[in-house]
Design a binder for this molecule. Structure first.
Ligand SMILES: NC(=O)c1ccc[n+]([C@@H]2O[C@H](COP(=O)([O-])OP(=O)(O)OC[C@H]3O[C@@H](n4cnc5c(N)ncnc54)[C@H](OP(=O)(O)O)[C@@H]3O)[C@@H](O)[C@H]2O)c1
Length: 266
Protein backbone atom coordinates (compact mmCIF):
# COMPACT_ATOMS: atom_id res chain seq x y z
CA UNK A 1 0.00 0.00 0.00
CA UNK A 2 1.28 3.48 -0.84
CA UNK A 3 1.68 5.58 2.28
CA UNK A 4 1.13 9.33 1.84
CA UNK A 5 4.29 11.26 1.02
CA UNK A 6 5.76 13.08 4.03
CA UNK A 7 6.85 15.87 1.69
CA UNK A 8 4.83 19.06 1.68
CA UNK A 9 5.06 21.62 -1.08
CA UNK A 10 3.60 25.11 -1.35
CA UNK A 11 3.21 26.68 -4.78
CA UNK A 12 3.19 30.48 -4.68
CA UNK A 13 2.35 32.55 -7.75
CA UNK A 14 3.82 36.01 -8.08
CA UNK A 15 6.63 35.12 -5.71
CA UNK A 16 9.30 37.27 -7.37
CA UNK A 17 8.40 40.35 -5.32
CA UNK A 18 6.14 41.91 -2.72
CA UNK A 19 3.55 39.87 -0.89
CA UNK A 20 4.34 36.63 -2.74
CA UNK A 21 8.01 36.75 -1.78
CA UNK A 22 7.06 37.06 1.90
CA UNK A 23 4.59 34.17 1.62
CA UNK A 24 7.44 32.11 0.17
CA UNK A 25 9.67 32.94 3.13
CA UNK A 26 6.97 32.31 5.74
CA UNK A 27 5.84 29.02 4.23
CA UNK A 28 9.45 27.85 4.01
CA UNK A 29 9.80 28.75 7.70
CA UNK A 30 6.82 26.45 8.30
CA UNK A 31 8.70 23.62 6.62
CA UNK A 32 7.21 23.69 3.14
CA UNK A 33 9.30 23.02 0.08
CA UNK A 34 8.48 25.66 -2.49
CA UNK A 35 7.55 26.00 -6.12
CA UNK A 36 7.79 29.69 -6.91
CA UNK A 37 6.16 31.03 -10.05
CA UNK A 38 6.57 34.37 -11.83
CA UNK A 39 8.16 35.82 -14.98
CA UNK A 40 11.41 37.27 -13.58
CA UNK A 41 13.90 34.41 -13.43
CA UNK A 42 16.64 36.34 -11.65
CA UNK A 43 14.38 37.35 -8.77
CA UNK A 44 12.93 33.85 -8.39
CA UNK A 45 16.34 32.19 -8.45
CA UNK A 46 17.72 34.60 -5.84
CA UNK A 47 14.73 34.02 -3.57
CA UNK A 48 14.94 30.24 -3.97
CA UNK A 49 18.62 30.33 -3.01
CA UNK A 50 17.89 32.53 -0.02
CA UNK A 51 14.94 30.59 1.42
CA UNK A 52 16.56 27.20 0.93
CA UNK A 53 19.65 28.40 2.76
CA UNK A 54 17.72 30.09 5.57
CA UNK A 55 15.05 27.46 6.13
CA UNK A 56 16.70 24.29 4.75
CA UNK A 57 13.88 23.52 2.33
CA UNK A 58 13.87 22.82 -1.40
CA UNK A 59 12.78 25.71 -3.58
CA UNK A 60 12.22 25.48 -7.31
CA UNK A 61 11.77 28.54 -9.53
CA UNK A 62 9.39 28.22 -12.45
CA UNK A 63 9.30 31.01 -14.97
CA UNK A 64 5.80 31.46 -16.32
CA UNK A 65 3.70 34.27 -17.68
CA UNK A 66 0.32 33.38 -16.22
CA UNK A 67 -1.51 35.49 -18.80
CA UNK A 68 -0.29 33.04 -21.46
CA UNK A 69 -2.26 29.87 -22.05
CA UNK A 70 0.71 27.51 -22.46
CA UNK A 71 2.49 28.79 -19.36
CA UNK A 72 -0.69 28.53 -17.35
CA UNK A 73 -1.22 24.98 -18.59
CA UNK A 74 2.27 23.99 -17.30
CA UNK A 75 1.38 25.17 -13.80
CA UNK A 76 -2.05 23.53 -13.97
CA UNK A 77 -0.32 20.22 -14.73
CA UNK A 78 1.94 20.56 -11.70
CA UNK A 79 -1.03 21.33 -9.47
CA UNK A 80 -3.11 18.44 -10.75
CA UNK A 81 -0.35 15.81 -10.77
CA UNK A 82 2.19 16.64 -8.05
CA UNK A 83 0.79 14.82 -5.03
CA UNK A 84 3.11 16.67 -2.67
CA UNK A 85 1.45 20.05 -3.25
CA UNK A 86 -0.41 20.96 -0.06
CA UNK A 87 -0.75 24.73 -0.47
CA UNK A 88 -1.55 26.98 -3.43
CA UNK A 89 -1.15 30.71 -2.90
CA UNK A 90 -2.93 32.52 -5.73
CA UNK A 91 -1.08 35.77 -5.25
CA UNK A 92 0.09 36.92 -8.70
CA UNK A 93 -1.82 40.02 -9.65
CA UNK A 94 -1.48 43.32 -11.36
CA UNK A 95 -3.15 46.69 -11.14
CA UNK A 96 -3.50 49.33 -13.80
CA UNK A 97 -5.19 52.38 -12.33
CA UNK A 98 -6.77 54.80 -14.80
CA UNK A 99 -10.29 55.83 -15.85
CA UNK A 100 -11.98 52.85 -17.46
CA UNK A 101 -12.61 54.37 -20.87
CA UNK A 102 -9.02 55.64 -21.11
CA UNK A 103 -7.38 52.34 -20.23
CA UNK A 104 -5.64 50.62 -23.14
CA UNK A 105 -7.45 47.40 -24.06
CA UNK A 106 -4.38 45.28 -23.35
CA UNK A 107 -4.18 46.66 -19.77
CA UNK A 108 -7.81 45.66 -19.23
CA UNK A 109 -7.20 42.24 -20.76
CA UNK A 110 -4.02 41.52 -18.78
CA UNK A 111 -5.66 42.36 -15.46
CA UNK A 112 -8.58 40.06 -16.24
CA UNK A 113 -6.24 37.33 -17.52
CA UNK A 114 -3.99 37.36 -14.45
CA UNK A 115 -6.29 38.41 -11.61
CA UNK A 116 -9.29 36.35 -12.73
CA UNK A 117 -8.50 33.70 -15.34
CA UNK A 118 -5.17 32.50 -13.96
CA UNK A 119 -6.46 32.36 -10.37
CA UNK A 120 -9.56 30.47 -11.48
CA UNK A 121 -7.73 27.98 -13.68
CA UNK A 122 -5.08 27.23 -11.08
CA UNK A 123 -7.74 26.76 -8.42
CA UNK A 124 -9.73 24.43 -10.65
CA UNK A 125 -6.59 22.45 -11.42
CA UNK A 126 -5.77 21.82 -7.78
CA UNK A 127 -9.21 21.34 -6.22
CA UNK A 128 -9.87 17.79 -7.52
CA UNK A 129 -6.44 16.65 -6.28
CA UNK A 130 -6.97 18.28 -2.88
CA UNK A 131 -10.48 16.81 -2.60
CA UNK A 132 -9.19 13.35 -3.51
CA UNK A 133 -6.64 13.63 -0.68
CA UNK A 134 -9.19 15.41 1.55
CA UNK A 135 -6.44 17.86 2.41
CA UNK A 136 -4.96 21.09 1.11
CA UNK A 137 -5.05 24.84 1.44
CA UNK A 138 -5.79 27.49 -1.16
CA UNK A 139 -5.03 31.11 -0.26
CA UNK A 140 -6.61 33.59 -2.66
CA UNK A 141 -5.37 37.17 -2.53
CA UNK A 142 -8.14 39.64 -3.21
CA UNK A 143 -8.03 43.29 -2.11
CA UNK A 144 -9.92 45.81 -0.01
CA UNK A 145 -10.84 47.26 -3.42
CA UNK A 146 -13.06 44.20 -3.89
CA UNK A 147 -15.69 46.14 -1.96
CA UNK A 148 -14.77 49.62 -3.19
CA UNK A 149 -14.59 51.01 -6.72
CA UNK A 150 -12.74 54.26 -7.35
CA UNK A 151 -12.92 56.32 -10.54
CA UNK A 152 -9.56 54.79 -11.54
CA UNK A 153 -10.14 51.24 -10.32
CA UNK A 154 -13.21 49.96 -12.15
CA UNK A 155 -11.34 47.08 -13.79
CA UNK A 156 -9.01 46.26 -10.90
CA UNK A 157 -11.82 46.44 -8.32
CA UNK A 158 -13.94 44.28 -10.59
CA UNK A 159 -11.26 41.62 -10.79
CA UNK A 160 -10.81 41.59 -7.03
CA UNK A 161 -14.59 41.47 -6.46
CA UNK A 162 -14.53 38.37 -8.66
CA UNK A 163 -11.90 36.83 -6.37
CA UNK A 164 -14.10 37.58 -3.35
CA UNK A 165 -17.25 36.03 -4.85
CA UNK A 166 -15.43 33.10 -6.45
CA UNK A 167 -13.65 32.26 -3.23
CA UNK A 168 -16.68 32.51 -0.96
CA UNK A 169 -18.61 30.27 -3.36
CA UNK A 170 -15.75 27.77 -3.39
CA UNK A 171 -15.57 27.82 0.40
CA UNK A 172 -19.21 26.75 0.55
CA UNK A 173 -18.64 23.98 -2.00
CA UNK A 174 -15.68 22.59 -0.04
CA UNK A 175 -17.10 23.12 3.45
CA UNK A 176 -17.70 19.40 4.05
CA UNK A 177 -14.20 18.40 2.92
CA UNK A 178 -10.79 18.69 4.52
CA UNK A 179 -9.77 21.29 1.95
CA UNK A 180 -9.35 24.80 3.35
CA UNK A 181 -9.74 28.01 1.39
CA UNK A 182 -8.69 31.36 2.81
CA UNK A 183 -9.63 34.67 1.25
CA UNK A 184 -7.25 37.53 2.09
CA UNK A 185 -8.22 41.15 1.44
CA UNK A 186 -5.22 43.42 1.96
CA UNK A 187 -5.47 47.19 1.91
CA UNK A 188 -2.57 49.31 0.64
CA UNK A 189 0.67 47.41 1.03
CA UNK A 190 4.11 48.76 0.13
CA UNK A 191 5.05 46.83 -3.01
CA UNK A 192 6.08 47.40 -6.60
CA UNK A 193 2.48 47.04 -7.73
CA UNK A 194 1.88 50.73 -7.08
CA UNK A 195 4.62 52.21 -9.24
CA UNK A 196 3.58 49.83 -12.04
CA UNK A 197 -0.08 50.77 -11.59
CA UNK A 198 0.25 54.42 -12.55
CA UNK A 199 -0.22 55.63 -8.96
CA UNK A 200 3.28 55.92 -7.43
CA UNK A 201 3.79 54.45 -3.99
CA UNK A 202 5.21 57.81 -2.93
CA UNK A 203 1.81 59.42 -3.60
CA UNK A 204 0.05 57.26 -0.98
CA UNK A 205 -0.65 58.30 2.58
CA UNK A 206 2.11 56.56 4.54
CA UNK A 207 -0.26 56.09 7.49
CA UNK A 208 -2.45 53.80 5.38
CA UNK A 209 0.40 51.65 4.04
CA UNK A 210 1.24 48.27 5.52
CA UNK A 211 4.54 46.45 5.09
CA UNK A 212 4.48 43.18 3.18
CA UNK A 213 5.81 41.36 6.25
CA UNK A 214 3.02 42.69 8.48
CA UNK A 215 0.41 41.89 5.83
CA UNK A 216 1.47 38.28 5.33
CA UNK A 217 2.10 37.61 9.03
CA UNK A 218 -1.37 38.97 9.88
CA UNK A 219 -2.97 36.86 7.15
CA UNK A 220 -1.23 33.71 8.35
CA UNK A 221 -2.18 34.54 11.95
CA UNK A 222 -5.78 34.83 10.75
CA UNK A 223 -5.52 31.42 9.12
CA UNK A 224 -3.99 29.92 12.26
CA UNK A 225 -6.96 31.31 14.21
CA UNK A 226 -9.33 29.48 11.86
CA UNK A 227 -10.42 32.45 9.75
CA UNK A 228 -11.61 31.80 6.23
CA UNK A 229 -11.81 35.49 5.36
CA UNK A 230 -9.05 37.75 6.57
CA UNK A 231 -8.93 41.55 6.50
CA UNK A 232 -5.37 42.09 7.72
CA UNK A 233 -5.73 45.81 8.47
CA UNK A 234 -9.26 45.90 9.91
CA UNK A 235 -9.17 46.24 13.70
CA UNK A 236 -12.92 45.81 14.28
CA UNK A 237 -13.73 42.33 12.95
CA UNK A 238 -17.45 42.87 13.56
CA UNK A 239 -17.53 45.30 10.62
CA UNK A 240 -17.27 42.40 8.15
CA UNK A 241 -19.93 40.45 10.07
CA UNK A 242 -22.30 43.44 9.83
CA UNK A 243 -21.50 43.84 6.13
CA UNK A 244 -22.30 40.16 5.57
CA UNK A 245 -25.60 40.43 7.46
CA UNK A 246 -26.58 43.48 5.35
CA UNK A 247 -25.55 41.70 2.14
CA UNK A 248 -27.51 38.55 2.99
CA UNK A 249 -30.54 40.64 3.95
CA UNK A 250 -30.40 42.55 0.65
CA UNK A 251 -30.10 39.29 -1.30
CA UNK A 252 -33.06 37.75 0.58
CA UNK A 253 -35.10 40.82 -0.32
CA UNK A 254 -34.39 40.32 -4.05
CA UNK A 255 -36.39 37.09 -3.92
CA UNK A 256 -39.83 38.79 -3.74
CA UNK A 257 -40.96 37.67 -7.20
CA UNK A 258 -42.67 40.97 -7.98
CA UNK A 259 -41.64 44.58 -8.60
CA UNK A 260 -41.00 46.63 -5.52
CA UNK A 261 -44.00 48.88 -4.68
CA UNK A 262 -42.05 52.02 -5.63
CA UNK A 263 -42.01 50.77 -9.25
CA UNK A 264 -45.77 50.22 -9.40
CA UNK A 265 -47.25 51.77 -12.55
CA UNK A 266 -49.78 54.40 -11.49
N1 LIG B 1 0.23 46.02 -2.73
C1 LIG B 1 -1.03 46.31 -2.43
O1 LIG B 1 -1.37 47.44 -1.99
C2 LIG B 1 -2.09 45.26 -2.58
C3 LIG B 1 -3.33 45.46 -1.95
C4 LIG B 1 -4.32 44.50 -2.11
C5 LIG B 1 -4.08 43.37 -2.85
N2 LIG B 1 -2.86 43.20 -3.46
C6 LIG B 1 -2.67 41.99 -4.25
O2 LIG B 1 -1.54 41.30 -3.77
C7 LIG B 1 -1.02 40.48 -4.81
C8 LIG B 1 0.48 40.63 -4.87
O3 LIG B 1 0.78 41.93 -5.30
P1 LIG B 1 1.99 42.80 -4.72
O4 LIG B 1 1.38 44.00 -4.11
O5 LIG B 1 2.89 41.96 -3.92
O6 LIG B 1 2.65 43.29 -6.07
P2 LIG B 1 4.02 42.98 -6.78
O7 LIG B 1 5.17 43.19 -5.86
O8 LIG B 1 3.99 43.76 -8.05
O9 LIG B 1 3.92 41.44 -7.10
C9 LIG B 1 3.16 40.94 -8.14
C10 LIG B 1 3.69 39.57 -8.48
O10 LIG B 1 2.91 39.05 -9.57
C11 LIG B 1 3.80 38.59 -10.57
N3 LIG B 1 3.23 38.73 -11.89
C12 LIG B 1 2.82 39.88 -12.50
N4 LIG B 1 2.42 39.61 -13.75
C13 LIG B 1 2.58 38.27 -13.92
C14 LIG B 1 2.33 37.40 -15.00
N5 LIG B 1 1.85 37.83 -16.17
N6 LIG B 1 2.61 36.08 -14.85
C15 LIG B 1 3.12 35.62 -13.68
N7 LIG B 1 3.34 36.41 -12.61
C16 LIG B 1 3.08 37.72 -12.75
C17 LIG B 1 5.03 39.47 -10.44
O11 LIG B 1 6.18 38.79 -10.93
P3 LIG B 1 6.86 39.00 -12.37
O12 LIG B 1 6.74 40.47 -12.71
O13 LIG B 1 8.25 38.55 -12.13
O14 LIG B 1 6.10 38.12 -13.30
C18 LIG B 1 5.13 39.60 -8.93
O15 LIG B 1 5.82 38.51 -8.40
C19 LIG B 1 -1.76 40.88 -6.09
O16 LIG B 1 -2.79 39.95 -6.36
C20 LIG B 1 -2.36 42.23 -5.71
O17 LIG B 1 -3.51 42.51 -6.48
C21 LIG B 1 -1.86 44.10 -3.33
Amino acid sequence: MNSPSPKKVALVTGASSGIGAVYADRLAARGYDLILVARRADRLEALCAQVSKTHRVKAEPIMADLTQDQDLARIETILSTNGDVRVLVNNAGLARLAPAAQMPANDVASQIALNITALTRLTQAVVPAFVARNQGLIINISSALAIQSLPISATYSGTKAFVLQYTTGLQQELAETGVKVQLVLPASTATEIWDLSGVPLAALNKESLMTTENMVDAALAGFDQGETITWPSVADASLWEKYEVARANLFANTQAGKPAPRYAIA
